[in-house]
Design a protein around this ligand. Sequence first.
Ligand SMILES: [Zn+2]
Ligand SMILES: [Zn+2]
Length: 849
Amino acid sequence: MAEDKEPRYDPAVIEPKWQERWAADPGLYAADPVDSGKPKYYVLEMLPYPSGQLHMGHVRNYAIGDALARQMWMRGYNVLHPMGWDAFGLPAENAAIKNNAPPREWTLTNIAAMKRQFERLGMGFDWSREVTTCFPEYYRWNQWFFLRMYERGLAYRKKSKVNWCPECATVLANEQVIDGRCWRHEDTIVEQRDLEQWFLRITAYAQELLDGLDKLQGWPEKVRTMQRNWIGRSEGTEVDFFLAEGIEKGIGTREDGSGKTRIRVFTTRVDTIFGATSVQLAPEHPVVVALAAEDSGLRKQVNELIEEQKKAREAGDVGEIEKHGIPTGKFAINPYSGELVPIWVANYVLMEYGTGAIMSVPGHDERDFEFAKKYAIPVRRVIASADPNAEETALPFVSEDGVLVNSGEFDGMACSDAQKKLQEVAAREGFGEATVTFRLRDWGVSRQRYWGTPIPMIHCERDGIVPVPDEQLPVILPDNVEITQQGGSPLGRVPEFVDVTCPKCGGAAKRETDTMDTFVDSSWYFYRYTDARNSSAPFDSAVVQHWFPIDQYIGGVEHAILHLIYSRFWTKVMRDLGLITNDEPARRLFTQGMVIKDGHKMSKSRGNVVSPDDMVARYGADATRMYALFASPPDRDLDWQEDGVAGVSRFLGRVYRLVTRYASQARAGRGQMLATPASGTALKLLRKLHQTVAKITMDFEGRWHFNTCVAAIMEFVNEVQAADAQLAAGEIPAPVVHELLRTLVLLLAPFAPYIAAELWGDLGEDGAGAVLRTPWPPSNPDLAREDELEIPVQINGKLVSVVRVAADAGNDAVQAAALADEKIRGRIAGKTVAKVIVVPRKTVNLVIR
Ligand SMILES: [Zn+2]
Ligand SMILES: [Zn+2]
């Protein structure tokens, strides 16, 4: 029985109404207590930086997570789905300079605006657990962790060369320097400065961070590869050459080097060491510094090399530097052969990598060959082809597939065997060892900024560095600090902050004025969500143990390296502090694609930004969210098309009219059993329904092709609409109408929560959160099964006809049906059927001649 008036889908009316009801029910999206008895599911999207505006990339990220959270709620899980704010960071300071407003005020205003956007979009977050990283109740635990790391030698201070962005007026991490320029200031060349800096010893976990990647099967392979490369493990050997004091002879002289100054070199090819014809040192190597101290001519040349390196670093192309070196006139002794080789200083050897010294083997290394040619340094073969009949290989011969020659007692050994043997000799004789080196560097966390977590340290003239005692935490970031771009930390200009009493001697002392890298904040925030209001500990370990690891973490691939390596490191440190038992933060990771428009990532400078607020105002939150899921598979880039949003909105309008038109029929069938099994159109619709349920359920379990889920719902709705005449005439039994419409609403609920809530009421159900608490519909495989299948028949790869066969027909029956088809018979008449290939339930291929 049709309703009299044609109802109109108006999200501008429906959505605010439900938003208000949901807001009045703080328990709606709250996780149950840990002893609820339900299986737990922790789904998390990366927390945003509070810039003041959600962008479409956010909407997509959160629409994916929210759909998953809602479906898991319906499946009966105890779902934890929190949200917070990565609230420290440079933009707040820049805005403060621009608008003359304190960073805190600016940040909190932005948070309020973005929270309104989240609520308008209908995101199901548990706001009772909101974490705001710029609040002292959060960052005090950054300080607490820092102190624990300091106690264990995992936080330390050293003078180091740092990347300095003059525009940011602060230090940048290596990974924030892109092609020698600042990641935030594409036109600003990063300078090198020497500064005392705080570091976290992430390298202590390098091997474990690497090994752990093999176990993270639920992470995208590309992310694991990026992390492997970032950690950059390489095996090699460290060998001591000895400084030949007072000897100034030519190459080839032999000398016993015992007791002399050692020059430790790192090499991945110790098997070529008999081919070393020079040793190359970094300009800042201690031996060079010592030699230069006694030789003003050398000193001048070395300083030039240092200058060249500095320029190359600033331009970001140390690897591309024009190789340049100077002989020192001194010699080093090869510990294996006793041979004297000249010591050079080279601009391409960096003190901060490896040992700052290399052996140069021009016969078996491209770079060394190039250098030797330039300076007429001898080139010697020490590796030959393993095949004695092979032609002599050209030099440099860099393959490890060979045998040693001109290498004394090691002649004839295969390269890999020789490497092991030479390592054994070095260890036995005490002049070297097998080593593993990593590309990964310790994490420099010092920032000369205001808007970050103060590092809880005090500098005392008598006691040196004194940690702030736990009971004095948090070290509060003062308000009313003048932000300028003078360089140095703005906190250094606040005497009330800087001048303190030394906790050790009681004398006057100075507070550390650096603040922490904001990647510290995001390294453990997801643990805090589990116990967000704890004021005596970062969290309760038992509660974390219940929720961790995160079952599904969702965010942009741009966080594949830094955020995810730092948070994996933090997890391991917390485990070793005895606070948690999990080794990794997240079981599964999903990285969604970018949102692009007109071929480019949306950005203000390109002027191709689509505002979520505009879309919501025009088409509603449901259509905006659903389009973000429908327009492409979530792991691919999404090309934003406003037509597409309009199309989804029209589809939701059709759903709305369909359900409201037949809601009274559905209500009449509620709770009733069918007197006789469904047949005809009713059966066909039920079959389509259960096929759709099966498909969507399966997609939620891992494939996440939400675009095809939405498409499947559209197809189902089309089929129901095609039966409109029968529905209007009351020919579809009421219990079937009820099942069709009720299940349709449940299927829509994860993707379009507002319209689902509205229609749920029309079907006679009620309660603001009722859809969320209703079990996800089961798929009945008996109903979903087709009794007939349509099988395409191809001849020589071209589609010719389609035959209908029983769903359980065997291959012979399918082949017979294909050969009996009229169109097929016409085509094969007078020809030879050479082959028939039946792909069960899919196709029949005929090969004819
Ligand atoms: Zn910058
Ligand atoms: Zn003191």
